[in-house]
Every structure is written in C-alpha cells, then in structure tokens.
Design a protein around this ligand. Structure first.
Ligand code: CDV
Length: 313
C-alpha cells in the first residue's frame, strides 16, 4: 500500500477587489485544516490567488499585471510554501505567471514537502477567445491573457508515486490524460474555474456543466488507471457563478469524495497508489493492447478533415 492522504482544497469565490493577502489567509486556514486531518498533499484550484480575471476585457493586457506572479514562491505565496513545509505536506497551486521575458501563462506548480518546487506546468489547452465578443453574455478571454503552455504534460516522482498536473479545460481532452498515462502517471492534479453557463446561445446550464465535469474526470481516470483530483474555485465571483463539485476519482473511474458546498471546503481522501496497478496490468496495459499504427492522425492533424473531401454541390 502506498497511501497519500489528499486534501482537495476547494475555494469559494474571490472578488475582483479582494487582495492576494486576504486570499492567502483563507488558503492558510485550509492548510491548517489539512494538517489537522493528517493530509500529505493539498491541492488548490486554477488561478487560486485571484478572481477569474479572463472574464473581464482590458484593451491593454498589462492593466491586469497585478494578477500575475513574477516569482514562485513570491513575497506573498512564500507563506503558503512555509505552512505546507511545516506540515510536511506537498502542494499543488494554480496561478497566473508573468515571465521575465514578458510571456504570460496559466500555470501550476507542484511543491515537495520540503518546500522545493518539484514540477511546473503551463496550461496547454486555452479555451475562449482573444478579442472582445459582443455576442457573449460574458467574456472568456484566456486566449488574450495567456499563451499556450510550452512544457507539455510532465509527470514527477513525489510522495512515493508518479504525479502529473493539468489545468481546467485540459480535463476535457483525452490526450491530456493519455500523454501522462504513457509516463505511468498514478495521480493527476488539476484545478478549475468553470462558469456554470457557457455565455452563448443555446445556453448550457450548471447541471450539464457538472455532468461534463464528472464525465471527463471519471473517464480520464478509468482509461489511464490513475487517481484524479480535480479542484474548483466555485460560487458567485464578480456576479458570475461558477460550479463547485471538487472531486476525487479512483483508478476505476469512481467518485470517492466530492465537495458539498460552493465555499472554501476541504475534501479529504486516502488514495492508495497501488490501486492503479490492476487497470495498468489488465484492460489498460498499453504495451499489450495499444495499436499506434492507427493513431497517427491524433498527433499530425488538429481539426476535422472529412475523409470524403469537400461536399459536391
Ligand atoms: N478555466 C477554464 O478553462 N474554463 C473552461 C470553461 C471555458 C468551460 C472549462 O473547461 O471549465
């Protein structure tokens, strides 16, 4: 048995004017609760330190520089690193990254229990649009505020297992899980901010959004025989509602723990990494069963190209 007691640390809403220091106080409270629960790993959401600012349009992207981290840990986040280290806990943290070269990424770090950065991820699949879209009820400007990640889907040895990272909409793409699955991943950590409506017509409401959240995470876990920990920032933020539903899914694809609120809430579960072995040695023994001679299109073609060519008039 290789157990990690995981604390999925859902955050309630963070308002536009809420200070980073105030948010970190809330997060420190969750670290203290996780410590009291004996957790070995705490997982925070995507863009955990700020409101989900891509819902707001700014002509000059630099107007939102205050939402980006130029150092990790930085002067404020160092307190989180210290609290996790003192608790002997690993940490996953999602944040907006501004590099010295001026590149902007939607990023996450994996921090070892000794406080060192073990791994870094930059969100690969960026949803939404780059320019103001007047047809939408609200904006989703991730393509304006971030560049697609350039680090791929890493897997790191930590806490006696192989841990991977993804962010939000990555969870809807099977490629995300499969690349990490091919590296033997045993637990995937991901944070999300999912508006409970799509902002388009026809509207997709919170029930369907929650259904797709579970469906994607459960399928990814089962098909790669891995634990998945998916953590929401939830509730009504700047007047816009986001789903909760933080969940921990086992390698059989079953939900073993789920949040009940849309507020700051800890969801704790003991995850035995050895439970990943059965699926990896049977149904999803990739070495025996995959047929890569038929998968070439997945890595060579982006959009749909119909095999029968253009429709005739
Ligand atoms: N932050 C996100 O990536 N949100 C998307 C929205 C656009 C649907 C998500 O997949 O949840």
């Amino acid at each position: 048995m290789r157990n990690i007691r995981v604390a999925a640390a859902q955050l309630g809403p963070i308002q536009l004017e809420e200070s980073r220091v105030r948010v970190i106080e809330r997060m420190l409270d969750l670290v203290a609760q996780a410590r009291a629960a004996g957790a070995g790993l705490i997982v925070f959401p995507e863009l955990a330190l700020t409101t989900f600012f891509p819902r707001w349009y700014r002509e000059d992207v630099a107007d939102f520089d205050r939402f980006y981290e130029t150092q990790m840990p930085g002067p404020d986040t160092a307190r989180l690193f210290t609290a996790a280290r003192e608790a002997g806990m690993g940490l996953y943290l999602g944040y907006a990254e501004l590099t010295p070269e001026g590149a902007r990424y939607n990023s996450s770090v994996l921090v070892a229990p000794d406080g060192t950065v073990a791994g870094k991820y930059r969100k690969v699949h960026l949803p939404g649009h780059a320019d103001y879209d007047e047809t939408r009820d609200f904006q989703h400007l991730e393509k304006r505020y971030f560049t697609p990640g350039d680090l791929g889907f890493g897997v790191w040895q930590m806490l006696g297992g192989r841990l991977g990272m993804a962010i939000c909409t990555d969870r809807r793409w099977p490629e995300t899980y499969r690349v990490m699955g091919l590296k033997g991943v045993e637990m995937i950590l991901m944070g999300y901010n999912t508006p409970s409506h799509n902002g388009l017509r026809p509207a997709e409401g919170p029930e369907k959004r929650q259904f797709h959240n579970r469906l994607s995470v459960q399928a990814g876990a089962y098909q790669n025989s891995t634990w998945v920990v998916a953590v929401a920032k939830a509730g009504r933020e700047d007047g816009h509602h986001m789903i909760g539903g933080t969940l921990i899914v086992n390698p059989d694809g079953e939900i073993v723990a789920e949040a009940r609120t849309e507020a700051d809430e800890l969801v704790v579960h003991d995850c035995d990494l050895d439970a990943t072995a059965f699926g990896k040695q049977t149904m999803f023994d990739f070495a025996r069963h995959r047929r890569i001679e038929h998968y070439g299109l997945i890595a060579s073609q982006t959009g749909v190209e119909k095999p029968w060519g253009p429709a005739s008039s």
